[in-house]
Design a protein around this ligand. Structure first.
Ligand SMILES: [Zn+2]
Ligand SMILES: [Zn+2]
Length: 287
């Protein structure tokens, strides 16, 4: 182990204990118990490890959606700064995650990657970890790791980290998951993406953070599930989706199901005033 890793050894000792304790957190079992759906149709389990905004509204963890196909390793949609804790809280093993698909390079969507990498390093991860994110992800992940844990980007690890940058308008395959990306309207120092994943035979659209864009119709078209930001109900907020936007364009969103996420405190307080399904931390469903 290099000197760099030694520099974060205070964290390491705690991480070691965290590896062993990962499956002991009781709330994790709630996700399993809370599964909704009919058993003979189940293919992918979608667990909202984090369904919150950047600011902890409602005490929620930041964006992190865990997708587990029946016969393949799970993948993540976004990995906000709080996500390692969020996964462990739900009893979801971070070491199993094969790919993290990142919608954009804001801390509440990618800031958990350094923790995920270091957790893998100190928990003896052997399988490669792939990160798929917008152009700029390689440099921003390197910078984030060096900012939070100086020297960590060059530390020796027993597993490979593969970063693949996905430009808006492109598609790629990673660990058996097909990803398509469109340009989101959300400045984050790099292009932001709306994503559409085909995983375990199911199609999941994800708006990420974005102002309304006509691309969302393509993200949603025929999808089994659309996970849509609904930051506010109708308050004008630049570069974010509001419930009013979704309602206005409802006919263009041809997914089988829509679940709202990334809710502000205002939206959380108004949940009884609309008929949309909303995510919450620990919500698990099968599609
Ligand atoms: Zn966000
Ligand atoms: Zn954002």
């Amino acid at each position: 182990m290099c000197a760099v890793a030694g520099r974060v050894s205070g964290t390491v000792g705690m991480s070691g204990a965290g590896c062993r304790a990962a499956r002991q957190d009781v709330p994790g079992r709630h996700a399993q118990n809370g599964v909704v759906g009919s058993a003979d149709q189940l293919t992918v389990t979608v667990t909202f490890a984090g369904s919150g905004d950047a600011f902890g509204s409602g005490g929620r963890f930041q964006a992190c959606i865990h997708l587990r196909p029946d016969s393949a390793a799970p993948v993540l949609l976004d990995c906000g700064a709080t996500s390692l804790t969020a996964l462990k809280r739900r009893g979801l093993d971070p070491g199993e995650v094969s790919v993290v698909f990142v919608s954009h390079l804001h801390g509440d969507h990618f800031g958990g990657l350094p923790f995920l990498v270091l957790d893998g390093q100190f928990c003896g991860r052997a399988d490669p970890l792939t990160v798929v994110g917008p152009p700029g992800t390689t440099a921003r992940l390197h910078a984030a790791m060096e900012c939070m844990f100086p020297g960590s980007s060059a530390a020796r690890r027993e597993f490979a980290i593969r970063v693949t940058e996905l430009a808006p308008g492109s598609t790629l395959q990673a660990a058996g998951v097909e990803a398509a990306a469109w340009a989101a309207d959300h400045p984050s120092g790099a292009p932001a993406l709306c994503l559409r994943l085909t995983v375990g035979g199911k199609v999941i659209g994800y708006t990420g953070d974005t102002a309304w864009t006509g691309f969302l119709a393509q993200v949603a078209a025929g999808a089994d599930l659309l996970i849509a930001e609904a930051y506010y109900r109708d308050k004008p907020v630049p570069y974010h989706l509001r419930l009013a936007d979704l309602e206005r364009h409802r006919d263009e969103l041809a997914s089988r199901r829509i679940i709202l996420t990334h809710l502000s405190a205002d939206m959380l307080n108004e949940q009884d005033q609309h008929n949309y399904e909303t995510a919450s931390d620990g919500l698990a469903l099968r599609i």
